[in-house]
Design a protein around this ligand. Structure first.
Ligand code: DIR
Ligand code: MN
Ligand code: MN
Ligand code: MN
Length: 301
């Protein structure tokens, strides 16, 4: 089986510079060799080049910032990821900010309409054009995939193919009021850090998979925001929130997903090597690489 690494140096879904350097650091840390050592054939044809749309020609639509740029980048990511999936390859998308998942998940669902999405994050990223207070689209990709909120013509290419019952969150601890309401109204299953504390990550993973994948027969798209991890584990990210997943909890999630044998696409997002000191950056990049390796078969024994 072949992995296609899709490097996405993109930061337009939020306002901090540097997250576009995430994929370069992850690859330079040796990710591709490590995946090859796990027995995969890996294709990587350089980091993605995106159409440039200047801020001047991309004024806000309502509150949404850089709306045309984010749309055009995500549409091209959807095409790239979709093509890899159609060719039987497993796309590993390296972000870049989490708005990119609008593209990656659209790409996965274009070939696997019954795929489930496991979203690991401190945040739910489910704001709509109406509920967002930041206007940052990295806080919104899930609402587009579900088809929630007012329709924006610039995003007409995003097909609302994700059903709420095929989505589960783990690691949440920083939700906006509107996001809480959306989760409740759409009956979306979420395991916040409270449930991780209460049940332990082992039972949370069992319950999460029982919910989205009861017969363990549906393809899985894993979208991992590195800020799901505690800031002591992954400090170099744009919106760190204390009280997150431990190093082992993060890896355990990835190991269990690999054990299902159902993973068809993986995102590793929001590594920002411009934030924090060099040792924190090294640590965050190393954790990002090892999460990806765990999801792709690296084991402890
Ligand atoms: C916040 C923060 N909910 C927003 N979201 C972040 O801007 O919509 N997502 N940081 O990763
Ligand atoms: Mn996040
Ligand atoms: Mn996120
Ligand atoms: Mn974030």
């Amino acid at each position: 089986k072949t992995i296609a690494v899709v490097g996405c140096p993109f930061s337009g879904g939020q306002s901090k510079l540097g997250v576009d350097k995430g994929p370069i650091h992850l690859v330079e840390a040796g990710l591709i060799t490590r995946l090859e050592e796990l027995g995969w054939k890996v294709i990587f044809d350089g980091h993605h080049q995106f159409e440039e749309i200047s801020t001047a020609s991309d004024p806000p639509i309502g509150k949404l910032k850089n709306p045309r740029l984010v749309s055009s980048v995500c549409e091209s990511v959807a095409d790239v990821v979709g093509t890899h999936v159609r060719n039987g390859q497993l796309p590993v998308t390296l972000g870049g900010d989490h708005s990119l998942a609008m593209g990656t998940i659209s790409g996965t669902l274009s070939s696997y309409p019954d795929a489930c999405v496991i979203w690991i994050d401190a945040h739910a990223d489910i704001n709509t054009a109406e509920t967002t207070s930041s206007g940052n689209i990295h806080g919104m990709p899930v609402s587009f995939l579900l088809g929630l909120g007012e329709k924006i013509p610039e995003y007409a290419w995003v097909k609302p193919l994700l059903r709420p019952e095929r989505l589960v969150y783990i690691g949440l601890r920083d939700l906006d009021a509107g996001e809480r309401r959306i989760l409740r109204e759409n009956n979306i299953k979420a395991f916040s850090m409270h449930e991780v504390d209460k049940y332990g990550i082992g039972r949370v993973m069992d319950m999460a998979l029982d919910h989205v994948n009861p017969n363990r027969d549906l393809p899985i798209h894993l979208s991992f925001d590195v800020d799901a991890l505690d800031p002591s584990v992954a400090p170099s990210t744009g919106t760190p929130v204390r009280g997150g997943l431990t190093f082992r909890e993060g890896h355990y999630i990835c190991e269990v997903i690999h054990e299902t044998g159902l993973l068809v696409a993986l995102d590793l997002m929001e590594v920002n090597p411009s934030l924090a000191d060099p040792e924190s950056v090294r640590q965050t990049v190393a954790v990002g690489c090892s999460l990806v390796c765990s999801a792709l078969g690296e084991t402890l024994l």
